[in-house]
Design a protein around this ligand. Structure first.
Ligand SMILES: [Zn+2]
Length: 205
């Protein structure tokens, strides 16, 4: 979807500051140990669909999240590969529903993160920490970073065009040779600005 297409001129100049968005619905990253408890010892996850980032997929298997109000959110995707920590990424809307108040964090930073219970078909895991609201971030290959003139851990702004045009601030840049250019926003950010997967936003320096 090309939302930046103009009406002018015979030769279209490609926009160089455009970044596609991947909208991150609630999901979790799990340890081997958690998968063993939730799905049975040695259980191997199955691919549901590949993610835009290489060598990653959303699994067919899902879990249910329970919070202190004993309300449940079902069908929460597990993302592959497994990690050495559990991380549950939800939206602020989800957080209100569950009755938790997680901080906005970058992936892997669990300082101040909150507890939830995950339920699978074979067991449940109380995750003492690791439930977060994921911070806005952009995955970039080093070539993209060079093109944009930014480096790993920089914060940038993104202009979102459209009927609900908005500028998103404090968007973290992550640079890695294994990444493809993509901005990750949660469903609250996306819905508030009318963004969907593949929507193109513009980096503002
Ligand atoms: Zn991401």
């Amino acid at each position: 979807v090309n939302l930046s297409a103009g009406t002018a001129a015979t030769v279209s100049v490609p926009k160089t500051n455009v970044i596609p968005v991947g909208v991150s619905n609630r999901h979790c990253h799990l340890t081997r140990e958690s998968v063993d408890i939730l799905f049975g010892p040695g259980y191997e996850l199955n691919e549901y669909r590949p993610l835009y980032q290489p060598n990653q997929y959303a699994a067919k298997e899902t879990v249910t999240i329970l919070g202190p109000k004993l309300r449940a959110i079902e069908g929460v995707r597990i993302l592959y590969p497994l990690r050495d920590y559990n991380q549950v990424e939800i939206s602020k809307t989800d957080a209100y529903y569950l009755g938790v108040n997680p901080p906005i964090k970058d992936s892997g930073d669990h300082e101040g993160s909150v507890a939830v219970t995950l339920v699978g078909p074979k067991g449940s895991v109380y995750i003492e920490k690791g439930c977060i609201l994921a911070g806005r971030h952009i995955h970039m290959h080093p070539d993209d970073a060079a093109r944009f003139g930014v480096k790993d851990k920089d914060y940038v702004k993104l202009h979102v065009p459209g009927e609900r045009a908005v500028t998103l601030e404090r968007v973290l840049v992550r640079v890695n040779p294994g990444y493809k250019l993509e901005c990750h926003l949660d469903t609250d950010d996306a819905n508030s600005a009318g963004i969907y997967c593949g929507y193109e936003v513009e980096l503002v320096k």
